[in-house]
Design a protein around this ligand. Structure first.
Ligand code: NAD
Ligand code: DAU
Length: 332
């Protein structure tokens, strides 16, 4: 059994990683380290709790991180403050968790000579014009726009420096927008689905021309496993599944699939500094490591996601009023 430490394993992608790993990679013994911030919940790991070790704690706690990393062979580092809108309101948690937290993990993997995979985002590259024929590649220069993406870019830079200066055995992946079960209802897709389930209108920022490159969370996590198994130390891999869609296209799909017309769509205040378009070229990962996405039908994946939120009202309903009150205060 390989002992693997998963930071942020009670959040959206981390919890899905735990479920995916238990189902598909039985040779891993999983420990989750998660601070259970507003974004993390043991509810996300309910079905997994008796098969993993769960530690509630902070990745900036160097003593705890040192101990846990000394006891494991691999660290997959998902823990982060992850929401752009929140990063426009209060920056410190993003600096503290995304930068100081990653530094804390790097010092421990360096000391104990453990393997690290650092999870990051395509947003470190900034954005593309709508008509730009190019996509992001591993050599696209970093040009982040928001406090969130700049803190993630900083964490990537730290990882690269620790690899080069101290020989830390790390890889990095930068993935596009994930969707699927257990995504916090502050994020675009679950917010709109739960709005309709709650009898409220969809809330579209600006004109909705902005494009995101959607990938199912299980495809993200299968790519992470491919990198753990075959990735080259020191390398960065972009993860994406050719899922570009404008926000208005996704909103129209949600309306159609949930049986509502355009009168259920509200245009609200745009996000300041709103990135226009993300698009990933994942050919390095596909050609060098042989990874391929499985969930290539976005409409089918979205329909399954709508069903999940419909069937799991107990999971999101207690959060809904607070999330919407916070958005309302921002005119969104
Ligand atoms: P999330 O906000 O749903 O979950 C983050 C988790 O980290 C939560 O469980 C939270 O409790 C935990 N956490 C936060 N601060 C912590 C701290 N100081 N110590 C320990 N745990 C802490 O985020 P997500 O959407 O699952 O994203 C996971 C990772 O994937 C992040 O690094 C994010 O940048 C990256 N990513 C996300 C997407 C996406 O579309 N959601 C795409 C690409 C990359
Ligand atoms: O690209 C990867 C990134 O994707 C990750 O690094 C982030 O952690 C993740 O949150 C996501 O960032 P985005 O800012 O793209 O995702 P979000 O779901 O917040 O918004 C998606 C798009 O939808 C964006 O253009 C803003 C818009 N939006 C969002 C919300 C919450 C709306 O139009 N209405 C909304 O209510």
């Amino acid at each position: 059994m390989t002992k693997i430490l998963v930071t942020g394993g009670a959040g959206f992608i981390g919890a899905n990683f735990v479920h995916y790993t238990l189902k598909n990679k039985p040779d891993y013994k999983i420990t989750v380290l998660d601070a259970l911030t507003y974004a993390g919940s043991k509810n996300n790991l309910k079905a997994a709790m008796d098969k993993i070790t769960f530690i509630e704690g902070d990745i900036t706690d160097s003593e705890l991180v040192d101990k846990l990393i000394s006891e494991n062979e691999i660290v997959v580092h998902f823990a982060a403050e992850s929401h752009n809108d929140n990063s426009l309101l209060d920056q410190w948690p993003f600096i503290n968790t995304n930068i100081i937290g990653t530094y804390t993990i790097l010092q421990a993997v360096r000391k104990h000579e453990k393997r690290l995979h650092h999870i990051s985002t395509d947003e470190v590259c900034g954005d593309l014009e709508l008509d730009d024929p190019n996509k992001f590649t591993e050599s696209t220069p970093y040009n982040p726009s928001s406090p969130y993406s700049s803190a993630k870019a900083s964490s990537d830079m730290l990882v690269r420096a620790w690899v080069r200066s101290f020989g830390v055995k790390a890889t990095i992946s930068n993935c596009s927008n994930n969707y699927g079960p257990y995504q916090h209802i502050e994020k675009m897709i679950p917010r709109q689905i739960t709005n309709l389930l709650f009898g409220q209108k969809l809330k579209l920022y600006g004109l909705g021309e902005n494009v995101r490159d959607w990938i199912h969370v299980d495809d993200h996590n299968s790519a992470v496993h491919t990198i753990l198994e075959k990735g080259k130390i020191g390398e960065t891999y972009l993860i994406g599944a050719n899922g570009e869609k404008s926000n208005i296209e996704v909103f129209n799909l949600i309306l159609k699939m949930m049986g509502k017309d355009n009168s259920w769509l509200d245009h609200v205040k745009d996000r300041p500094g709103h990135d226009m378009r993300y698009a990933i070229d994942s050919s390095k990962l596909q050609k060098e490591l042989g990874w391929k996405p499985t969930f290539t039908n976005f409409e089918e994946g979205l329909a399954n996601t709508i069903d999940w939120y419909r069937d799991n009202q107990w999971w999101w309903e207690p959060l809904k009023a607070k999330v919407e009150a916070k958005y309302k205060a921002q005119g969104q």
